[in-house]
Design a protein. Structure first.
Length: 487
């Protein structure tokens, strides 16, 4: 049994902006179920404290860079036995809005100070300097918000082993040199082989430099970030760490209790691989809900996403417009929010084809389950996707993914070529180039294959047999912790 301190800036269901929150709940729970002593540390946002019934103060500490003492609160992660520690500093975390931004979407001006404080707290807990009488064997940090912790621990001989996981390299925690000076960080950290990154301070680079091992959330993304297109200026450092055997990709899992068509309480009709015919009832219910033509022969395309360029939303809107304009029997349902221009384009598309297009701007958990269960295919044309979860939800629900061949999408979706279908491994549709033409061509393949029910059903069978539980990922991390200890 190992003691593992898991540091993350967001944890489901307490606060979530993306897949990081899902991982930061599911992986610690899976590790705990495998007999590991896991504790999560995260900021005590207002939204978190409002959701926790029982919270107690277990330590009060003074951290560098801030003049007031802060508290460590203890609770239990909802629906689990995992111990949860929350850094309670009202000045930094007790506010409306999201974990990183104002209610209007602009970044908090003091994010550097907020997450420097959080990193300092994680480092002090990792050294057993806060009076909790517990020191981890492993500190597992996640994304730039925890990046300073490995740097701060680098000079301590009795520190734990450090794993740093990249969930999305596009977000690096870049701040000015003035911010570095204001945080009262050790001046020895400001150099090319430290926090300095083209004249800026990079929290992400700190984690990459000073961790014992770096992981990211899929094997393909681990390779992609070592190249110019996806490396964001850090590709040289990452390639070096890969050459040292200190970078690996571990595919995320999904919560197979929440995402299970056989027991999903949000569905109109549950189904499994043996009763997959009931999936059609969810499709009819979805068509009724949005006043689309109730037709089992119409190809129903679902999309759930942030409406931003990374997700290829522009490609999806244009290609779907072309498919519908050409008269193909296709329907399109989209759930998401993001850039105003994309939201407006989707509204225009719905206005043009009200019997074929349904749009919900925002997010609705129940509706996301309805779309996953009721759609025939799930559209995910991301320009880059470190791991992705929706394609795994879709496979579990027998909804064939249409994805760009990148990151975790490439690791989970096998294209429906003739060869792959005959081999019994095809479970979706892939395209390579982030262009409308490439996506449009692939959608035409989807439309054609949907008209061959026996072939379509065989692909559903392949899709629903995949195991994307956290079992494999948890075992991989346990082995990785063991390897680091033995280096």
């Amino acid at each position: 049994m190992r003691k593992i301190l898991f540091a993350s800036s967001e944890v489901h269901p307490l606060i979530k902006t993306g897949g990081l929150a899902d991982v930061s709940a599911s992986l610690p729970i899976a590790l705990h179920e495998h007999g590991q002593d896991v504790r999560i540390i995260m900021p005590a946002y207002r939204q978190c404290l409002q959701q926790l019934d029982t919270v107690e103060t277990v330590a009060t500490i003074k951290l560098d860079g801030y003049h007031l003492p802060v508290d460590i609160l203890q609770a239990t992660l909802p629906d689990s036995d995992v111990v949860l520690w929350l850094l309670h500093s009202p000045h930094h975390f007790d506010r409306d809005g999201g974990p990183y931004s104002h209610p209007d979407g602009h970044d908090w001006e003091d994010n550097a100070a907020r997450f420097a404080l959080f990193s300092r707290a994680a480092a002090q807990v990792a050294l057993n300097h806060v009076g909790l009488d517990w020191q981890p064997d492993v500190l597992h940090c996640n994304d730039w918000q925890t990046g300073l912790a490995p740097a701060l621990l680098s000079t301590h001989k009795n520190r734990p082993d450090i794993v740093f996981t990249i969930h999305n390299l596009a977000y690096q925690g870049l701040f000015s040199f003035d911010e570095f000076q204001s945080l009262d960080l050790p001046k020895a950290l400001w150099h090319m082989n430290g926090l300095e990154f083209y004249g800026m301070m990079s929290f992400m680079k700190a984690g990459l430099i000073f961790a014992d091992h770096i992981t990211t959330v899929s094997p393909t993304y681990a390779k992609e970030i070592c190249g110019h297109e996806f490396g964001y200026g850090l590709e040289g450092l990452l390639a070096l760490r890969a050459d040292q055997g200190r970078l690996s990709g571990v595919l995320n899992g999904i919560d197979t209790h929440v995402w299970d068509p056989a027991h999903d309480s949000l569905l109109n009709k549950n189904y499994s691989l043996k009763t997959v015919r009931h999936k059609a009832l969810n499709k009819t219910a979805l068509q009724q809900q949005f006043f689309l033509d109730e037709s089992k022969d119409s190809l129903l395309v679902g999309l759930i996403s942030r409406l931003v360029s990374q997700k290829g939303i522009d490609l999806a809107i244009t290609a779907m417009t072309q498919i519908i304009e050409a008269g193909h029997d296709v329907q399109f349902i989209c759930l998401g929010s993001g850039e105003h221009s994309y939201e407006q384009e989707l509204r225009i598309l719905r206005a043009r084809f009200p019997d074929k297009v349904a749009i919900t701007i925002g997010y609705d958990e129940a509706l996301s389950h309805h779309i996953e269960a009721g759609s025939d295919v799930f559209l995910m044309p991301s320009r880059f996707e470190p791991c992705g979860l929706n394609q795994m939800y879709s496979l579990r629900y027998g909804t064939l993914p249409v994805v760009r061949h990148t990151g975790g999408l490439a690791d989970t979706v096998v294209d429906a070529t003739d060869e792959n279908r005959k081999a019994g491994v095809a479970n979706g549709f892939c395209f390579n180039d982030a262009t409308v033409e490439s996506l449009h061509t692939t959608l035409l393949r989807v439309v054609a294959l949907f008209q061959r029910p026996r072939l379509w059903r065989s692909m559903i069978n392949v899709a629903m047999q995949h195991d994307f539980s956290w079992e494999n990922s948890a075992n991989t991390y346990i082995e990785l912790y063991h390897q680091i200890k033995n280096r």
